[in-house]
Design a binder for this molecule. Structure first.
Ligand code: ZN
Length: 367
């Protein structure tokens, strides 16, 4: 056969085979659940323990069904609502601290450990586990299903004394509602192996530093010793806030909205309102256990209440950024203002620099 004809025939055959090839099965699983950013000198890694499907009306039975549905639809969220379960790993260069641990063995295999490994660490590397509170979806990941049970064998478990006193008390357990009885039993079971080797160290402060750059603030409300951890490095702060919100799309517009298992609903609502005001005022980053993974973002005043602004993805989290937004308050942009001061006054120069920067980026990618 003529070589040219053979080539054309071969190419055509390959092309047609490509067109007719069998469909590839869909993969249908999420990727590794970790997300990284720098906070000053600290490396923050959000770890996913997966997500759960919840009907929000069940957790907020007193919420107006109509208003709740409108808030959900306004945020483009289908039913049932998926709620993330997040934990946060902080490498300070001298310590590795894990704040909350997901549900772990309480609901099956721990995705926190799987994702911690995917993020480049091992459970035995963790020096401190700070728990925001002793609900199953925050403490469950510290213990494996079998003996000896410690997932983090070199870690010291820190939590507020008020939280430990409440959940580890037999009288409180006996007097608790049926729904909470299991949580009392789980708290004792999960912490037992760490108590056995003297690795549970409750802190007896309502506010103070636990490690350089780590401050705990405890306030009764969601639980008796619900704690937020303020992590600060390089002049920036991230507030790891536990269960200040479960449904950010509903409780940020309406911070008064409580959940049925809040220990003290009025105090939980008050704590939420005060903390939201503070993080907006200070422009702190927030790490939320139940906001959509990675659960890190900022808050902005809105009408009503507040908006959640998710952190931007950065494929090179160690690059230097100018956080000039931190000290800015109340900035608004009126329609046309951005165009009037940039594109309209210097359109061709801006266009040219954009084209150059896009091609420079492509060059880097293709190199
Ligand atoms: Zn929770």
């Amino acid at each position: 056969m003529d070589p040219q004809l053979a080539f054309v025939t071969f190419t055509l055959a390959v092309f047609l085979q490509g067109c007719m090839s069998a469909a590839v099965p869909q993969v249908k699983s999420a990727g590794p659940g970790f997300f990284r950013l720098m906070l000053g000198d600290f490396e923050i890694t959000a770890l996913s323990d997966g997500s759960v499907e919840i009907d929000p009306q069940v957790l907020m039975p007193e919420a107006s069904p109509v208003a709740l549905r409108r808030a959900r639809q306004h945020a483009f969220i289908p039913l049932p609502v998926t709620v993330s379960v997040n934990a946060f790993l902080i490498n300070t260069n001298t310590s590795l601290v894990l704040i909350d641990t997901g549900s772990g063995a309480l609901v099956g295999e721990s995705k926190i450990v799987q994702n911690l490994r995917a993020a480049g660490y091992r459970p035995e590397d963790v020096d401190h586990v700070f728990l925001t509170h002793l609900h199953g979806d925050h403490m469950g990941g510290v213990k494996a299903a079998g003996s000896p049970g410690m997932i983090f064998p070199n870690a010291i478990i820190r939590l507020s004394q008020a939280e430990a006193d409440y959940w580890l008390n037999a009288t409180n357990a006996a007097n608790s509602s049926v729904i909470m009885k299991d949580n009392f039993a789980a708290a004792q079971d999960i912490l037992a192996p760490y108590f056995a080797v003297d690795r549970v160290k409750p802190f007896n402060i309502t506010e103070g530093e636990l490690l350089p750059g780590f401050r705990a603030v405890t306030r009764m409300g969601h639980t008796p010793g619900h704690t937020q951890y303020y992590v600060e490095s390089g002049g920036r702060t991230i507030v790891v806030w536990g269960d200040i919100t479960h449904f950010e799309w509903a409780q940020l517009p309406d911070p008064e909205l409580t959940v049925a298992f809040d220990y003290n609903e009025p105090e939980a609502a008050k704590a939420r309102s005060e903390l939201l005001e503070m993080v907006v005022e200070k422009r702190h980053l927030v790490a939320a256990a139940h906001a959509p993974f990675p659960g890190i973002g900022n808050l902005r005043r809105a009408t009503p209440g507040f908006d959640w602004i998710p952190v931007r993805y950065d494929s090179e989290p160690t690059r230097n950024t100018t956080d000039d937004y931190v000290a800015v308050t109340g900035t608004t942009v009126s329609p046309g203002a951005i165009g009037a001061t940039t594109v309209k006054s210097n359109g061709s120069a801006l266009g040219a620099s954009l084209v150059i920067s896009i091609f420079t980026s492509l060059g880097v990618l293709m190199a």
